[in-house]
Design a protein around this ligand. Structure first.
Ligand SMILES: *[C@@H]1O[C@H](CO)[C@@H](O)[C@H](O)[C@H]1NC(C)=O
Ligand SMILES: *[C@@H]1O[C@H](CO)[C@@H](O)[C@H](O)[C@H]1NC(C)=O
Ligand SMILES: *[C@@H]1O[C@H](CO)[C@@H](O)[C@H](O)[C@H]1NC(C)=O
Length: 913
């Protein structure tokens, strides 16, 4: 397909096949540059600009149905804006995903060569990661293309590209120089398995209802959680803890200042049983007098609350864990023990000394590292932080002032809750893969690591050295530097993604044109971790909001409402839905994952229950349509593959309708530039569908769009209009009667196909293009070559919406339905029965007459003014509308037909009755 104007000349295959339809269009669209905004840049485009960047997926990842939803919605919006003639850019990219990628490559190294990253060393290891990225990193782009995503691939960005890395460095340096980034020693979430701090988002909160044994990496036996152990420091000071091993790091006991039980202990100390440490009794209002004994043990170096108590009372901070989770700074026999072995040992030792009191079940939340499944330990570490107080306030203000819109607005509460209570953001990670922090530690004098005064940042070591020399007023040769080993949190680079992709801080042409962007679309689960950070960093570094609106879609769950999880066997690759897969094929994917044997078996059972026959081939279009239709479900979407299949059947319907229409139009049909407004009802319905889609897109209400399109094609065009014009075409062809009317019907039919396919194109781009290419053009010389760059129908062009016509038709359809149901009730469906209609019909005479013609009426009433008051005999009712009831009792009706449509059907049936 090399020509720009590309009409498909091969005949339309007999039946719809997604594989056939979706095979080649994407490559052609991309080659023709339809996804590039360049064409309309230059002079100001009066229709405006639409820019959105993709939420960069992890380079290690492969897409699941959640991504497919994100992409269906984003592509739909992008295609809509493009068809409206706006300068449209949807910018692709992917994320280097620090921890995830490092873990994948480490596992691969260990599996294939028996080497750890330490065996290789930092530089060689990073080479390995790049090698892996270059080999495997394209998979995700391939999947995005299969989903039909109309991204401008020439602008694809990887967060570790030189352009983006330069921006990351610049962002850090500017914020550090300003004091917004600072160094501090605090408690961080530590994974002993990863040997790194992890972000809050990487901590899963596992809820326990009581005593539970959990597996922990590095332990053969499961470890006990969910119990509260009480022991006594003195006869009268009994404290309780869920982590008894931490008592080795206790440096105080706290009670409430007003607690009458402990007044006599003011100024006293208790003795630590294992190390003769004198620990003060501190009086602090944070203690809840009514909980337990009212006395709490304080471990400032290993608990967030205790840390603050420690700061307030100048307590000693004793760190009792090293980075691997082994005990340090404790007396024998605990020294060097693994932390959960110490849990047992400490308990036994307390029992031996008679200080143990009791143990009981305790519902609690255990923090688990989502990457390594290790139990997260709060650990004191010097780290880099972003001071978020000012930035968080700004981010809340822009939303309060209406400058940034968050849709749907029930997320506002979450936004304000986070922004108003924001904590500083720990941005350093003890990894090798990522953006190395451009900060250097100056070794002059006797500095302490945490003293910010001894840290400078710079684009290079030379620059840092010059900065340091100026700060200490010495010559550069007196300065020795060491660059921080740590890398930045991945969210730091994704936080500046909306402008780093355009070459910020350099004032590039793209930055001028495309920043700030228009919309940010993503799942509500990363509202804070990503969206909020982009808003904060955009305002901080560019002084502008990175986008004007945020639309948050629901999160996909399985048909039973469960979160997608590999071990449940419900993580589905969208490509499997597109091409279909057998149950065995699904099973085989489990064996490639890193689940253990037991989990694999459970996942297999899950797959067997949900997909006993595998997943049928549904095609991209049906998948996209289903996902968009599903967004009505609110915050979570329970996805059922059967419903997707239902939309593949919808494609069949479309296909057959267009095939029929093409035959009817004939080879020499040429659409007129202006159509006649004769078949007013279907044109009115088309106009109504156009208005609904327009409103739906503007309100991010995707189910309104899919329902409008579905109803128009299926229930109005196929079920009613096509059926009603068939006799007209047959008569015209066989008897030569009503040629003029047939000509008018052809024009109307063309208008419906043209408008209907254009309405559909953003949601089902492939089948819409395939069918559209078969239609003749109104202006073959100037009309765009692809439906994807043809104008989207608007209410100016489709302006035939008429309530009067709709009402009349509704009345007529009621008559027809009534006749049909009478025939069924009296078992007359196979006989030609006479039917007498009498009454006063306030309907348009012409319309009713036309309609009765379609019904093959033998006697037509004589026309009278505009009120038809008559009766007529209907010999044979060829009209197929009441089919509705048959459809409704079919066994698969409930699964295949959207709930909204079902409701409408029920309403219709009730009305007729
Ligand atoms: C903690 O120490 C600081 C400075 O050494 C002192 O100003 C403060 O009063 C002390 N606080 C308490 C509760 O002892
Ligand atoms: C963060 O910034 C705010 C105001 O800009 C300031 O009051 C606060 O002390 C800073 N916090 C730290 C930890 O530097
Ligand atoms: C930005 O400017 C710097 C300094 O002039 C240059 O080294 C870099 O290549 C530029 N980056 C881009 C993306 O234009």
């Amino acid at each position: 397909m090399s020509c720009i104007i590309c009409y498909v000349v091969s005949p339309l295959p007999d039946s719809y096949s997604p594989q056939y339809v979706e095979a080649a269009w994407y490559t052609w669209w991309e080659k023709q540059g339809f996804f590039k905004p360049e064409k309309s840049i230059g002079e100001q485009n009066p229709r405006g600009m639409f820019m959105m960047c993709i939420p960069p997926p992890n380079v290690t990842g492969s897409l699941h149905l959640g991504h497919a939803l994100t992409n269906a919605i984003q592509d739909c919006l992008t295609r809509w804006h493009r068809m409206r003639g706006e300068t449209t850019l949807w910018n692709p990219g992917c994320d280097h995903a620090g921890i995830a990628t490092q873990v994948v490559v480490e596992k691969k190294l260990m599996r294939e060569r028996g080497l750890s990253r330490h065996d290789l060393g930092r530089e060689k290891f990073i080479e390995e990661v790049w090698k892996w990225k270059n080999e495997k990193g394209d998979r995700i782009y391939h999947q995005l293309k299969k989903l039909g995503s109309s991204l401008d691939w020439d602008r694809a960005c990887f967060t570790m590209d030189p352009k983006l890395s330069y921006a990351v460095q610049e962002a850090f340096i500017r914020m550090h120089d300003e004091g917004v980034i600072y160094r501090s020693k605090r408690l961080v979430n530590w994974s002993c398995t990863l040997n790194s701090a992890i972000s809050d988002i990487e901590v899963d909160k596992k809820e326990l209802t009581g005593r539970t044994l959990l597996p922990v990496p590095g332990y053969k036996e499961k470890v006990e959680f969910g119990v509260l152990v009480s022991f006594a420091y003195k006869e009268e000071v009994v404290v309780a803890t869920t982590r008894i091993e931490t008592m080795l790091g206790d440096t105080a006991v706290a009670v409430h200042p007003a607690d009458p039980r402990y007044q006599h202990l003011k100024g006293k100390t208790v003795l630590h049983p294992f190390c003769d440490r004198k620990m003060p009794i501190v009086f602090d209002e944070f203690v809840d007098m009514n909980f337990g004994t009212g006395a709490v043990k304080i471990t400032p170096a290993h608990d967030h609350n205790d840390y603050e108590v420690g700061e307030r009372h100048n307590l000693t901070f004793i760190n009792i864990l090293d980075e691997n989770g082994l005990l340090i700074n404790v007396p024998p026999p605990f020294l060097g023990m693994k932390r959960f072995e110490a849990r047992k040992a400490v308990l036994q030792a307390l029992k031996d000394r008679g200080q143990f009191k009791e143990i009981k079940d305790n519902p609690m939340v255990v923090p688990v590292c989502s990457r390594s499944k290790d139990i997260v330990e709060p650990l004191l570490k010097p780290q880099w932080y972003v001071n978020c107080s000012e930035m968080g306030k700004q981010a809340a203000d822009v939303v309060r002032e209406g400058k940034l819109k968050i849709i749907p607005d029930h997320h506002l509460k979450t936004w304000f809750n986070w922004m108003d209570n924001i904590r500083d953001w720990c941005i350093s990670r003890q990894l090798w893969w990522g953006h190395r922090i451009p900060a250097y530690f100056i070794t002059v004098g006797d500095p302490s690591d945490t003293d910010g005064h001894y840290w400078v940042s710079g684009r290079s070591e030379e620059e840092a050295r010059e900065k340091a020399a100026r700060r200490f007023n010495v010559s550069v040769d007196k300065i020795s530097l060491r660059q921080d080993e740590d890398v930045l949190d991945t969210w730091f680079s994704s936080g500046i993604f909306p402008f780093s992709i355009f070459g910020w801080p350099n004032e590039t042409e793209d930055l001028k044109v495309f920043y700030p962007g228009t919309l940010l679309e993503t799942g509500h689960d990363i509202l804070f971790f990503w969206v909020a950070r982009m808003v904060m960093m955009g305002l901080k570094l560019t002084g502008k909001l990175p986008f004007k609106e945020v639309y948050l879609h629901a999160v996909v769950r399985d048909a039973h409402g469960r979160k997608m999880s590999k071990s449940l066997g419900n993580v589905i690759d969208p490509l499997d839905v597109i091409t279909g897969i057998s149950l065995e094929g699904l099973h085989a994917q489990l064996t490639d994952s890193n689940l253990d044997a037991l989990e694999v078996e459970r996942a297999k059972q899950g797959q067997k229950a949900d997909y006993p026959n595998g997943i049928p081939e549904c095609g991209t279009d049906a998948l996209r349509f289903a996902l968009c239709a599903y967004t009505s479900q609110g915050r979570d979407i329970n996805l059922d593959v059967n419903r997707i299949l239902g939309y593949r059947h919808f494609c069949n319907k479309l296909w057959n309708a267009v095939k029929f229409a093409m035959k009817t139009l004939g080879d020499d049909f040429a659409p007129l530039e202006k159509e006649s407004v004769s078949d007013r009802w279907i044109l009115s319905r088309l106009s109504a569908a156009v208005a609904l889609c327009d409103a739906g897109f503007k309100a991010y209400d995707f189910p309104t769009i899919t329902t409008a399109i579905y109803n128009f094609w299926l229930y109005e065009l196929c079920d009613v209009y096509l059926e009603s014009v068939k006799p007209v075409f047959i008569k015209a062809e066989e008897d030569g009667v009503g040629q003029r009317q047939a000509r008018v019907c052809r024009q109307t039919l063309y208008t419906c196909l043209d408008g209907g396919l254009r309405l559909l194109s953003p949601v089902m781009p492939f089948v819409a293009e395939e069918l559209y290419q078969r239609l003749p053009r109104r202006q073959p010389q100037t009309d765009p070559p692809s439906i994807s760059v043809t104008s989207y129908p608007d209410t100016k062009e489709f302006c035939w919406n008429s309530e009067e016509v709709d009402r009349d038709m509704e009345f007529i359809m009621t008559v027809v339905r009534t006749i049909r149901s009478l025939r069924a009730d009296y078992n007359l469906t196979k006989t030609r029965a006479d039917c007498k209609i009498s009454g006063t019909f306030y309907v348009s005479r012409v319309l009713f007459q036309n309609f009765l013609k379609h019904l093959n009426c033998s006697h037509l009433p004589p026309p009278r003014a505009d009120v038809l008051e008559s009766s007529c005999i209907i010999n044979s009712c060829t009209y197929r509308l009441s089919k509705l009831r048959e459809r409704m009792v079919k066994s698969d009706y409930k699964e295949k037909v959207p709930v909204k449509v079902q409701e409408q059907d029920t309403e219709k049936v009730t009305k007729i009755n």
